[in-house]
Design a protein around this ligand. Structure first.
Ligand code: F0G
Length: 458
């Protein structure tokens, strides 16, 4: 009825933001070698680097933390977390990990090896890195509509099931170690995946005897879109929709730092006992004993509460509507974004914004630097810095997209912060033609975007 979006919470404890000037930020950026991962948190005004581990916890979560049982074995906090995850996923074996990539390392380290393939709607960077580190190959097959940023498809996060069949037949079903459905599809624009797509994938995997893995770190947000858009789900609760999607999968990895509404935590859930046993060995070697994994008792308490709170209709509605508001308002200024707006972030098409900057001069990274210089906003490049590779001659094989992602922490920023971000885009647009490209001066082989150094090309 009213168009102003209000946060469905009151603020009980506040954290100061230290304001700074553009001159200061130019210096900070230079010191950080034009890589905002190397900035100090206190140098940032609005931090949209990630929605991961950046949530504000509720009073109920903080209260639950006081009940943390720090027993090495048989902690009551573990019992509470195991029950919460079990009820949500329906999976019998739950392995607690300190975050999502620890679960990835365990599962893909066990399943992956040279000659094996994993197929996904789009592998997230740590997913891809863990798979490639095992020697296996990660193949992305989003639906063709996903490549068109403005195509108005309701479930642009879907996996292309025709290609899936084709790849399985070409590579041989024995060589496909798993199909990973990431909901929502983070690296593909935070776009939702339909229940029908999950059902189709399940059927294909079942027919070929291939493991179907759900990367469920944003499954509550995905459930909101299914509820909103998919026939037959308008009267189902968000939680029931998530439960149905889990019921289709053989295993699931969750970074609880997203829809778990906590600052640290994750889990691996599996149906098959022998797979669970193999993974448990690795869990104990690298994370910790089975009743805490990489977590303290208080962390487990907070996750158990967070997994309940995230499905509350008022929260989820505000979450999606607020992200949509940011995306729609930036788009109205003529900036190209991945459209429709996804669940946790707005993805800006930097190639379209800076057509004069070639891909080997990293237009996405340029936009990331400009947002910081102009507005003190920190975000991340998803493009050829993150996913670019080199051929044998050292020439860049660019990524398919050059994006900057504005990821929104959960329950942290208010509507006026969001309005400020929208306003910063006026200046981004006004100055866009005079912006130069960047070159990399230092980098690592795996996940180079975290540590690379850059300089401006004069
Ligand atoms: N899978 C997806 C889809 C993710 O988005 C992430 C993390 C992970 C797995 C790994 O989880 O960080 O707990 O180890 N995404 C963050 C992001 C880092 O900014 O998108 P983690």
């Amino acid at each position: 009825m009213f168009k102003t979006i209000i946060e469905p919470f009151r603020i009980k404890s506040v954290e100061s933001i230290s304001m700074n000037t553009e001159d200061q930020r130019i210096k900070f950026l230079e010191d950080a070698h034009y890589n905002p991962f190397l900035l100090k948190g206190e140098q940032v005004i609005i931090d949209l680097l990630t929605d991961s581990g950046t949530s504000a916890m509720s009073n109920k979560q903080w209260a639950a933390m006081m009940n943390g049982d720090e027993s090495y074995a048989g902690s009551q906090s573990w019992e509470r977390l195991e029950k919460a995850v079990h009820e949500l996923t329906g999976m019998p074996y739950i392995l607690p990990t300190h975050q999502g990539r620890a679960a990835e390392r365990i599962l893909y380290g066990h399943l992956g090896s040279k000659g094996k393939y994993f197929i996904s709607n789009t592998h997230f960077d740590t997913t891809r890195a863990n798979i490639e580190f095992s020697g296996a190959v990660a193949l992305d097959i989003p639906i063709p509509e996903a490549r068109d940023f403005s195509a108005n498809h309701l479930f642009k996060g879907n996996l292309d099931t025709i290609q899936l069949e084709r790849i399985i037949n070409k590579r041989g079903e024995k060589n496909v170690a798993g199909v990973i459905l990431t909901v929502t599809n983070n690296s593909g624009g935070g776009q939702p995946v339909s229940m029908q797509n999950a059902k189709d994938i399940k059927a294909i995997c079942k027919r070929h005897g291939i493991l179907f893995i759900l990367d469920s770190c944003r499954i509550a947000e995905n459930s909101y879109f299914i509820h909103e858009r998919e026939k037959g789900y308008a009267h189902r609760s968000f939680r029931e929709i998530a439960q149905e999607m889990f019921s289709l999968a053989d295993a699931s990895i969750m970074s609880a730092k997203k829809d778990g509404l906590v600052n640290m935590g994750g889990f691996l859930a599996v149906r098959d006992k022998s797979l669970a046993d193999a993974c448990t060995q690795l869990l104990i070697i690298t994370e910790g004993y089975t009743t805490y994994g990489g977590l303290s008792g208080r962390d487990m308490e907070a996750i158990a509460v967070g997994l309940d709170e995230v499905f509350k209709p008022d929260y989820l509605h505000y979450r999606i509507v607020s992200t949509r508001y940011l995306g729609e308002n930036i788009r109205q200024k003529g900036v190209s974004i991945i459209y429709p707006v996804g669940g946790h972030a707005v993805y800006i098409d930097a190639k379209a914004l800076y057509p004069h900057i070639p891909v080997h001069q990293y237009p996405g990274q340029v936009l990331v630097c400009e947002l910081y210089r102009i507005g003190g906003i920190r975000c991340v490049e998803i493009g050829s810095v993150m996913f670019g590779k080199y051929d044998e001659k050292g020439k860049l094989i660019p990524a398919q997209v050059e994006l900057a992602r504005l990821a929104i922490p959960r329950r942290v920023y208010t509507q006026s912060h969001i309005d400020y971000v929208v306003e910063v885009f006026d200046e981004i647009i006004r100055t866009k033609d005079s912006v130069k490209g960047l070159r990399i001066t230092q980098e690592q082989h795996f996940l180079r975007h975290f540590t690379a150094h850059f300089e401006w090309i004069e």
